[in-house]
Design a protein around this ligand. Structure first.
Ligand code: ATP
Length: 270
């Protein structure tokens, strides 16, 4: 059974007592946040739609094995940033670097695997066939496929066609494909969408187990409590601009509140 994520968010405008976080004065952070030994860097990424900046000089880095969360409300630029990084959307300016060297869009698919929000690949095919096809494409065996199925508890729906899956199981299938794919960097848009609290915790554990020397992740996450659960480092986005970046400890130090939650930090920086 699939439920919706039950945690509340600073981005839920209907939340009782919610302040107006996006009407506060701008407090943008022009400094790119650079991990000690970045595997991956985005430098000055800018994307405009007409007069509107969907991304304005976005810079951040991810160290090998880290889980980095792109955090922001609807329209902040999270999906645009992921698609621009993946090379699916042309940037107006800026650069993506891999181990210190510029990585042009045409070569990004070798380094990174992107799981967009809400897609259902191969709708008419049974789940088991989609998984074995994917494993075949990347030269993986049935062991890796079985591991991915077990990790995201996909066994009950292996015989179902993709179009028949509930939202949560469709999300599990995407996650399984991401686990099978061999690229060193996994980009994922809203990995917890469609899961209830317990399911979110279980998936967060899987992602944490899989991150490490061979896997770095950049996850766009709407729910701050979910992000806090799984990410090592956070990139706080609002209106296409970075408002802060770093570990929870670094962000707490920046606002001078040692026990602040990510929600409190976001409110303070935006
Ligand atoms: P959500 O959480 O709602 O998915 P997001 O943070 O992923 O939001 P984006 O989808 O990246 O935000 O959108 C960033 C901004 O760019 C928004 O103002 C959006 O309206 C605008 N935008 C995105 N795609 C287009 C497009 N194809 N044409 C014009 N504007 C666009």
């Amino acid at each position: 059974m699939d439920g919706n994520v039950s945690s509340t968010s600073v981005f839920d405008s209907e939340r009782p007592g919610a302040e107006e976080p996006f009407l506060r004065p701008e407090n943008s952070d022009p400094r790119p946040h650079v991990a000690a030994c970045p595997l991956f860097e985005v430098i000055g990424l800018t994307k405009r739609y007409g007069d509107q900046f969907a991304l304005a000089q976005v810079s951040f880095a991810a160290g090998r094995g880290e889980i980095v969360g792109l955090i922001g409300p609807n329209g902040a630029g999270k999906t645009t940033l992921l698609e621009t990084i993946a090379g699916l959307l042309p940037a107006d300016s800026g650069e993506v670097r891999w181990e210190g060297t510029s990585l042009p869009p045409a070569r990004r698919r070798d380094a990174m695997f992107y799981l967009p929000d809400g897609i259902r690949p191969y709708q008419e095919q049974p789940v088991a066939r989609v998984l074995s096809f994917m494993a075949g494409v990347y030269g993986k065996g049935s062991r890796e496929t079985a591991d991915a199925v077990e990790a995201v508890a996909l066994a009950p729906v292996l015989a179902k066609r993709v179009r028949e899956l509930s939202k949560g199981y469709a999300r599990r299938l995407l996650l399984a494909l991401g686990l099978i794919a061999p690229q060193a960097l996994l980009l994922m848009d809203e990995p917890f969408d469609g899961f209830d609290l317990r399911q979110t915790q279980a998936i967060a554990r899987v992602l944490r187990q899989r991150a490490g020397a061979r896997r770095t992740m950049i996850l766009a996450i709407h729910q701050l409590t979910d992000a806090e659960r799984v990410c090592d480092r956070f990139v706080l986005l609002a209106e296409g601009r970075i408002r802060g970046a770093g570990t929870l400890a670094e962000l707490r130090a920046r606002i001078g509140r040692a026990s602040a939650s990510l929600e409190e930090i976001f409110l303070a920086l935006t």
